[in-house]
Write a protein that binds this ligand. Structure first.
Ligand code: NZQ
Ligand code: ZN
Length: 388
C-alpha cells in the first residue's frame, strides 16, 4: 500500500429534507451567493424555489446563472467568473448534476485569477485561491459533490480537460436522494456506469497490498449492480436512489484511492469522445470499458480480473483464471448494455472512424503510459476501433 495523506473535509447533509440546513451553511461563507444551475430541471422540480427560500431566510443575497450545459463549456465558466468579480460574490451554490458543480469549481478558481479561466484548466498550479462552494446534488454520477476536480470543455479547440485542486472541494453538499427521483431512465443508467467506471479506474491499479480498499470497491460496485436497474424501473425507490447517491460520492472522494494512486485509463479516452462529439460521459464509458478490459487482459493482469469475477460477479472460483476473467468482462459488458440499457458501440452514438487517430493521440498524451497497463496512442486507437 502506498503512502497517502487523507483529508475529506466536505460536510455532507444526507437524506430527506436536509436542504433545511442549506441557508445556515451558506451563511458561514458570506452574504452574497451565486446560484448556479443547468437547463431548468430544478425549476421543474421546485428545488429552485426551495433553495431561493433557504438563502433568503438566512439573509444571503443571491445572483443567478442558469443554463450550464451537460459537458460544461468554458464559456459558461467565463460568464460566471465575470458575475463573481463584478458582484463580489462570497460563495457559490451549484444546484444540479456534475456539470453544474464542475462549472462552479472552475468559476470559483477563476474568480480569483486575473487572466482567462482556461489557463487554470491547463495549469492547476495557477489556482491559488477559490470562492467557497456549497452544492446541492440532483444526479448520482460524478462524485463532484465531494471531490476536488471538475471537467470543462472548450469546443473551440475540442478539448475536455480536468481542473483540480484541494481548494475546489465543496465545503458542504446537500445529498437528498429524493431530488434524483426525476432523473431520466437514460441519465440514471449513464450515472451508474460513471460510478462503476470511477471504481474500476482505482480497482485496476498496480499498487500491491490494498486488500481493504479492494473489498470496499467491490461493495460499491455491487451497490451499483444491485440498485442501478432498480432506480431505472422505480424512479422513486428511496433505497435505490440513496444507495446510488452515497456510492457516487464514495467512488471518487479519494477514500478508496488511498494507497492506490495511479493514472486512470478509460476516462481520458472517453473525454476525447465528449470533446469531439459532445456525448454523455457515462455512455462513452459504457462503450469503452469492456473493450479496454479485453485489451489489457493478459497473464500479468488476469489475477485482478479473477477477483472481479469471483467477488463481484459471483463466478465459480474453480474455473481456470483466464475463463473467469473473460466471464467477468462479459458480465460487465452485459450489465452495461442490457441492464443499464446503454450503447455498446461508437456507431450507436454516431461516432465513426474520422477522428479516431487524433483522439487517440490526445488521450494518450493525458498520461496513459502510467495507466494500469501502459497505453501508447496506437493502443488507444486499437481500443477505439474495437469499439466501433
Ligand atoms: O441541466 P439540467 O436541466 O439540470 O438537466 C440535467 C442534464 O440535462 C439533467 N438532470 C440533472 N439532475 C436532474 C436532471 N434531470 C431531472 N432531474 C434531476 N434531478 O441531467 C442531465 C445531465 O446532467 P449533468 O450534470 O451533465 O450529468 P452528470 O452529473 O453525469 O455530469 C457529467 C459531467 O461531469 C463530468 C463529465 O465529464 C461531464 O462533463 N465528470 C466530472 C467528474 C468530477 N467532477 O470529478 C468526474 C467524472 O468522471 C466526469 O468526468
Ligand atoms: Zn466519470
Amino acid at each position: 500500500m502506498n503512502n497517502f495523506v487523507y483529508s475529506i473535509p466536505t460536510t455532507i447533509y444526507f437524506g430527506k429534507g436536509q436542504v433545511e440546513c442549506l441557508g445556515e451553511e451558506v451563511q458561514k461563507y458570506g452574504k452574497k451567493a451565486l446560484l448556479l444551475y443547468g437547463g431548468g430541471s430544478i425549476k421543474k422540480s421546485g428545488l429552485y424555489d426551495t433553495v431561493k427560500e433557504q438563502l433568503a431566510q438566512a439573509g444571503v443575497a443571491c445572483v443567478e446563472l442558469g443554463g450550464v450545459e451537460p459537458n460544461p463549456r468554458i464559456t459558461s465558466v467565463r460568464e460566471g467568473v465575470k458575475i463573481c468579480k463584478e458582484q463580489h460574490v462570497d460563495v457559490i451554490v451549484p444546484v444540479g448534476g456534475g456539470s453544474t458543480i464542475d462549472c462552479a469549481k472552475a468559476i470559483a478558481a477563476g474568480a480569483h485569477y486575473e487572466g482567462d479561466a482556461w489557463d487554470l484548466v491547463i495549469d492547476h498550479s495557477k489556482i491559488k485561491e477559490a470562492t467557497p462552494i456549497v452544492s446541492v446534488l440532483t444526479l448520482s454520477a460524478t462524485g463532484s459533490e465531494m471531490d476536488c476536480g471538475g471537467v470543462i470543455t472548450n469546443f473551440d479547440t475540442n478539448e475536455k480537460r480536468a481542473i483540480s485542486s484541494p481548494l475546489l472541494r465543496p465545503k458542504a453538499s446537500v445529498l437528498d436522494p429524493t431530488y434524483t427521483y426525476t432523473v431520466s431512465r437514460y441519465q440514471t443508467g449513464a450515472g451508474t456506469a460513471d460510478i462503476m467506471s470511477h471504481l474500476f479506474e482505482v480497482y485496476f491499479s498496480r499498487a500491491e497490498g490494498t486488500f481493504m480498499q479492494d473489498r470496499i470497491i467491490e461493495a460499491l460496485l455491487k451497490t451499483c449492480i444491485r440498485y442501478g436497474r432498480v432506480a431505472m424501473d422505480e424512479p422513486d425507490n428511496y433505497d435505490a436512489r440513496a444507495n446510488l447517491m452515497w456510492a457516487s460520492s464514495w467512488a471518487i472522494n479519494d477514500f478508496v484511492a488511498c494507497g492506490k494512486e495511479g493514472a486512470w485509463s478509460v476516462h481520458p479516452m472517453e473525454h476525447e469522445l465528449s470533446a469531439f462529439y459532445d456525448i454523455t460521459h457515462g455512455v462513452g464509458l459504457a462503450i469503452l470499458t469492456p473493450h479496454w478490459m479485453r485489451y489489457v487482459l493478459d497473464e500479468t493482469t488476469v489475477g485482478k480480473f479473477v477477483e472481479l469475477g469471483v467477488n463481484v460477479w459471483g463466478i465459480d472460483p474453480a474455473l481456470p483464471p483466464m475463463e473467469i476473467a473473460n466471464k467477468a468482462i462479459d458480465a460487465t459488458a452485459d450489465f452495461l448494455k442490457n441492464q443499464l440499457e446503454l450503447a455498446s458501440t461508437l456507431k450507436e452514438v454516431n461516432i465513426g472512424e474520422e477522428n479516431l487517430e487524433i483522439m487517440a493521440k490526445k488521450a494518450a498524451a493525458m498520461g496513459l503510459k502510467n495507466g494500469y497497463r501502459p497505453l501508447a496512442w496506437q493502443d488507444v486507437l486499437a481500443i477505439y476501433k474495437a469499439a466501433l
